[in-house]
Structure formats: structure tokens, C-alpha cells
Design a protein around this ligand. Structure first.
Ligand SMILES: NC(=O)c1ccc[n+]([C@@H]2O[C@H](COP(=O)([O-])OP(=O)(O)OC[C@H]3O[C@@H](n4cnc5c(N)ncnc54)[C@H](OP(=O)(O)O)[C@@H]3O)[C@@H](O)[C@H]2O)c1
Length: 435
């Protein structure tokens, strides 16, 4: 058996994550000690209300409401932030950093907006900030990109970071039900139990991708600046149209890197049927990575819940144990090297598109629309008219597929076409995932 080494740590927060982590840690610590030689010793737990009833397996003697009990305990090497929100946690963490204690953070809201500031503070003290759990589930994406794929030029990471949105769209696709019906699913309620809300507008995914962008690529971006849209506007008709043209709609976060710039955006996207990402139907997070050396690489796993997050928390405790014992220079591997490469405004990205125009039902509408698109220098892959006399006797649809065009040209053309008298409402468009 390897020699016993200690990692003495404190847990900030004993809510859903803190309690779930405690349980996993308690069950696994003997096995971890046997496997790694590390004794993971929980020394203190910071809570807000000391009188709250806690599950029977919690050692109540560890609880405190005073952060000084942690700061004044010299044996503590690491804290896990499982409180959440920005204040008072940010102020608490500044004191923790000042004391030279390493931080493992599960706090998505805080890191999505203050990763740069916090990483500067920890760097000044030469301590560690291990941020991966803050992305939610248990998939080790930042460490995969930073360490396992270090020899690769990563061209793109396409991810599903919102398990609930993905589950809803998958249910709509498989059962041909509306968004409203899918939202009532019992499985979804169970899945969303650990979340305050379903990620309806893409905000959670934007927070996660901001952390990914900073942690893995050194991109300094506030999640509020990431163009993000969620699933709130997806209709069953959208799902049917996608299916008819050979696609599934998936809630994707897309992060691309070229020599000169990054692209980062989140939106429901048409994904070709059979693409590996379409295999993921439930509450998993998935990352499809394109690299120069190993080509396409995909990882996925549980994206929700304390058990999945605890997998990363325990991994990070062991990593912190190793790094505190290693030469100080090894901590540099975990520092973020901030990247100066600009982020392309979404209007300037080049993508493939599906556009649907609701039109009056009369000859010549396809010609008018394709002419307007041609005038905007947009090459079409296909144009297709459809009328459903049973549902809307006077309404037709023109479906357009575009292989590649700049976003601003597509949007401008759509706005021009919407002024034509043949239009019966707003157009709807989706970006299409191309490899
Ligand atoms: N839930 C998950 O599965 C999960 C997974 C990954 C990441 N996360 C992240 O982990 C964080 C916590 O999530 P959660 O779901 O566990 O939240 P939660 O259930 O609301 O728990 C929050 C905990 O923080 C404590 N707390 C709140 N304000 C405090 C203060 N001022 N001083 C000391 N303690 C304070 C609360 O103490 P009391 O118990 O005394 O009220 C509670 O124990 C969030 O950032 C979340 O994004 C959660």
C-alpha cells in the first residue's frame, strides 16, 4: 500500500451538492486512500443555519457558521466552494486566498463572471483554483482539453451543456409532442430536482461555456456577452421540418478556434441525423471535439447532480494533494494562460442555415425568395415549397437550405424578404452543424 498522505479540507456549503458530496466522500474515502495513498480529511463545514436538520450521516461537530474557524485552522490546505452565488462567497474566497488555501470551486455563477479576477488573485499567491466542477456534471472536459489533448490543435468543441433542454428536445423528437407536453414529463421533474430552473433561455449553458472557454482556452469572457438562445421558442413544427430534411434539433454550445479568432455561441441547432452527438438523448453532457492529431473525439457523462459533481471534487482533492507536495512550478500547469485572440461577433460567423418562410399560396413565391437571396450573394443548397391545405388552406411554406454564408448576409436577406407582400409572418431560421 502506498504511504499515507493527507489532504485536509473544508467544505463551504452543505446543501444539495455539499450533502451529496459528503455522502460520496464518506463512502469512497477508504477506497481512495487505498488507491492513491491520500487520506481525504474533512475538517470543517461552513453553513448558514447551524440549526437546520441535517441527514443522520453528517458529523454535526464539523459544522460552523464562522469562516474564521476555517481560516484559523492551520492544517486546512483546500476548500471546496459549494455555496453558490456571487456574494458573500466572493468575499469569503478572497479571505481564503489570502490565507493561501487552495480552492476547488463548484460555483458556476461566480466563475462565469469572475474567473479572470479570481485566477489573478490565486496566481499572486501561487495557489490553485480548480474550477471544473462549476460546469455542473462530472465530465472532465477542461482537464481533457488542457492535459490529455495538449499536443493537439483543438479546432472546435461542440457541446450539449444543458441536459434538461436536450431531454425535452429528444422527447419532442421521439414522441412528436409539443414543448408544453414535454415539460410535464415526470422524468424531467425528477431530473430538474437539483436545479432551480430548467435552462429555458440558454443562460446556464452560457455560464458553463464561459467557464470552459476560460479554463481550457484562456478566453476572458463574461457569460452575459455570449450570444445564447434556449429552447423556449421550439415548436413541434420545427422538429418535424428538421426531421423531414434529415436533421435533429439539439441545444448546442459551439466554441471554435481559428488562427485569428474564436467563435462562441449557444442555440438550438440542426444536427445531421446519425451525427454522434444525436445519440445523446438524456441528462448527459456531451462534448464533440475536433482536433488535428486524433481527429474527432467525443466524451459524455452525467451532467446533473451531486454524485456526478462529486466525481470531479474528489479527483480535484487528490490533484491538490499531489500538487501541494510537488515542486511549486508544477502548479503552473493549472494556471490559465489568458488568450488575447478576439472573439468573432456572431454576425460575422459563417455557417450553414435552414430558413423557413411562411408565405401566401400562389405560384412564383419560391422564385421571389430565391432571387432575393441570390441578390444578397447567398448560394442555396435547396429551396422547397410546401402547402398543407388541411391545416392552413391559404398558407404555404418555403424551406431554404444554405451550405455556407455569413450570418449578417443571411439575417439581412431574411429582413428584406420579410418586407415582400408574399410573406405571411416572420421567417424562422436555424444554424446547421457542419463538420
Ligand atoms: N446541486 C448540484 O448537484 C450541483 C452540482 C454542481 C455544482 N453545483 C453548484 O454548487 C453550488 C451549491 O449548489 P447547491 O445546489 O448545493 O445549493 P443549495 O442546496 O442552495 O446549498 C447552498 C449551501 O450553502 C450554504 N450557504 C448559503 N449561504 C451561505 C453563507 N452566507 N454562509 C455560509 N453558508 C452558506 C447553505 O447553508 P444552509 O444549509 O445552512 O442553508 C447551503 O448549505 C452552486 O454554485 C451550484 O451551481 C451544484
Amino acid at each position: 500500500m502506498p504511504k499515507v498522505k493527507k489532504v485536509n479540507f473544508a467544505l463551504l456549503g452543505l446543501g444539495k451538492l455539499g450533502t451529496g458530496f459528503y455522502k460520496v466522500w464518506d463512502q469512497k474515502r477508504d477506497a481512495i486512500k487505498k488507491e492513491t495513498g491520500f487520506e481525504l480529511n474533512l475538517k470543517k463545514i461552513l453553513v448558514k443555519n447551524i440549526h437546520f436538520k441535517r441527514p443522520g450521516f453528517i458529523d454535526l461537530d464539523l459544522l460552523t457558521t464562522n469562516i474564521d474557524d476555517i481560516l484559523d485552522e492551520p492544517s486546512i490546505d483546500v476548500v471546496i466552494d459549494a455555496i453558490g452565488g456571487i456574494e458573500p462567497v466572493f468575499s469569503i474566497l478572497k479571505k481564503v486566498i489570502d490565507r493561501g488555501i487552495h480552492i476547488i470551486s463548484a460555483n458556476r455563477t461566480l466563475l462565469a463572471s469572475k474567473m479572470h479576477t479570481i485566477s489573478q488573485l490565486v496566481q499572486e499567491k501561487n495557489i490553485l483554483l480548480l474550477p471544473e466542477t462549476s460546469m455542473g456534471g462530472g465530465v472532465p472536459i477542461i482537464s481533457t482539453l488542457r492535459h490529455d489533448l495538449v499536443a493537439n490543435n483543438v479546432r472546435a468543441v461542440v457541446g450539449i451543456l444543458s441536459g434538461t433542454s436536450n431531454y425535452i428536445l429528444s422527447q419532442m423528437t421521439e414522441k412528436r409532442i409539443t414543448l408544453k407536453t414535454a415539460l410535464k414529463s415526470a422524468n424531467l421533474m425528477q431530473m430538474a430536482e437539483s436545479l432551480s430552473v430548467i435552462d429555458y433561455e440558454g443562460t446556464d449553458a452560457a455560464q458553463k461555456v464561459a467557464i470552459l472557454a476560460a479554463g481550457a482556452f484562456g478566453l476572458r469572457i463574461n457569460y452575459l456577452d455570449i450570444p445564447a438562445s434556449g429552447i423556449s421558442d421550439i415548436s413541434l413544427f420545427d422538429i418535424q421540418c428538421a426531421d423531414e430534411f434529415g436533421y435533429e434539433i439539439k441545444p448546442l454550445a459551439i466554441l471554435k478556434q481559428s488562427t485569428d479568432f474564436f467563435e462562441i455561441h449557444i442555440h438550438p441547432t440542426f444536427v445531421p441525423k446519425g451525427h454522434p452527438i444525436t445519440l445523446i438523448k438524456g441528462d448527459q453532457n456531451v462534448y464533440f471535439i475536433q482536433t488535428d492529431l486524433i481527429g474527432e473525439y467525443m466524451i459524455y457523462g452525467r451532467g446533473i447532480g451531486a454524485e456526478a459533481a462529486s466525481s470531479l471534487l474528489i479527483r480535484d482533492l487528490v490533484a491538490a494533494g499531489n500538487l501541494t507536495r510537488a515542486h511549486l512550478s508544477r502548479r503552473r500547469e493549472y494556471r490559465i494562460n489568458w488568450n488575447q485572440k478576439p472573439i468573432l461577433p456572431i454576425e460575422d460567423i459563417v455557417s450553414a442555415y435552414y430558413i423557413r418562410f411562411p408565405c401566401i399560396d400562389e405560384p412564383g413565391v419560391v422564385g421571389k425568395i430565391t432571387t432575393a437571396l441570390g441578390d444578397a450573394d447567398i448560394n442555396l443548397a435547396s429551396a422547397h415549397a410546401e402547402v398543407d391545405k388541411k391545416v392552413h388552406p391559404d398558407l404555404g411554406y418555403v424551406h431554404i437550405l444554405i451550405d455556407s454564408a455569413p450570418e449578417h448576409a443571411v439575417i439581412n436577406a431574411i429582413r428584406t424578404i420579410e418586407q415582400l407582400k408574399i410573406l405571411k409572418g416572420r421567417a424562422k431560421y436555424f444554424r446547421i452543424l457542419r463538420s
